[in-house]
Design a protein around this ligand. Structure first.
Ligand code: HEC
Ligand code: HEC
Length: 252
């Protein structure tokens, strides 16, 4: 064994090591981080971090990024199997973004005013949300599972989805309508699509797969199968429902 090999490996490893504490936290760093954030993150997390399509970042302690280093890793690499993407920034920019995200936690987020317990009732009874959504082990599969929804989405987005569901429909849940060469018409939710084929779940819950070569016409709508509750629930019920969903952090 040559004596310097371990030493060399140690040296090579150094630049890859992520410091435990953010080394870039000056006012100028936070300002730069804000610009990076607004360009890359604000669209999902909201300009002031109170969430939207992305999680609420304006909290005192981020559940998965309590430490600077874990926040850095999440921003750099994203969260696998979720919509949270990684970011190609240099390490200084990453730290500046960390500094700005931390500053978000110091301002008050949009308060959730409803009563979560009453909201759970609305969810199960009047709203009949379980007819389409799973929560834990119960519920349907027409819509996405709402387990842990409060950790994934901010209250603003939750409210918008309930009142005006078509405002923000994720691609995997687009409705499609197609007619095959043989004249068969099918309508359903697009589950998967590639160059040659498409898979749809029809309204009987059956999975159907088609070769594109066999399809005569196909339209994809930005419509959603999620009904609007704007006129079905009172203002109090809507607030309670949002409070319930925001409190639903999963792990059951
Ligand atoms: C395409 C939308 C999108 C973009 C762009 C995006 N995020 Fe996210 N982010 C999400 C979603 C969705 C989650 C929740 C993931 C989950 O758990 O399902 C998330 C989660 C997070 C979390 C974890 C919060 C926790 O629970 O502790 C952090 C931190 C975060 N994002 C920071 C950022 C930053 C900083 C940027 C910009 C560099 C960014 N995100 C860009 C969608 C996005
Ligand atoms: C008839 C079926 C149906 C019913 C009933 C229904 N939903 Fe949905 N919901 C969907 C579908 C389909 C989607 C996915 C497409 C979309 O996002 O618009 C969805 C999406 C959502 C989303 C967005 C999820 C995300 O990851 O952003 C939320 C939140 C939601 N529903 C809440 C509710 C609540 C709360 C109720 C009851 C008050 C309810 N839904 C009742 C079908 C339904």
């Amino acid at each position: 064994m040559i004596w310097w090999v371990p030493f060399l490996l140690f040296q090579l490893q150094q630049p890859l090591d992520i410091p435990e504490k953010n080394p870039h936290t000056t006012v100028a760093d936070v300002e730069m981080g804000k610009r990076l954030y607004l360009g890359r993150c604000g669209g999902c997390h909201g300009p002031s971090g109170d969430g939207g399509k992305g999680a609420n970042l304006a909290v005192a302690v981020l559940p998965r990024a309590a430490a600077d280093r874990s926040l850095y890793r999440i921003i750099r690499y994203g969260i696998p199997d979720t919509e949270m993407p990684g970011s190609l920034m240099d390490s200084r920019e990453l730290w500046q973004t960390v500094a700005f995200v931390r500053s978000l936690g110091q301002v008050a987020a949009t308060p959730v005013t409803g009563n979560a317990e009453a909201g759970a009732q609305v969810f199960r009874t009047k709203g009949a949300c379980l007819s389409c959504h799973a929560l834990g082990n119960e519920g349907g599969r027409i819509g996405p599972s709402l387990s842990g929804i409060g950790a994934r989405r901010g209250a603003t987005h939750l409210r918008a989805k309930i009142e005006d569901p078509a405002s923000d429909v994720p691609d995997p849940f687009r409705m499609v309508q197609l007619t095959t060469n043989a004249g068969k018409a099918v309508r359903g939710i697009r589950l998967n699509e590639d160059t040659y084929s498409i898979q749809i779940r029809d309204f009987n819950g059956n999975l159907q797969s088609f070769w594109k070569a066999d399809i005569a016409a196909m339209t994809s709508e930005k419509k959603t199968n999620m009904p609007s509750y704007r006129n079905k629930l009172s203002e109090t019920e809507l607030n309670d429902l949002v409070a319930f969903l925001a409190s639903e952090k999963g792990a059951r």
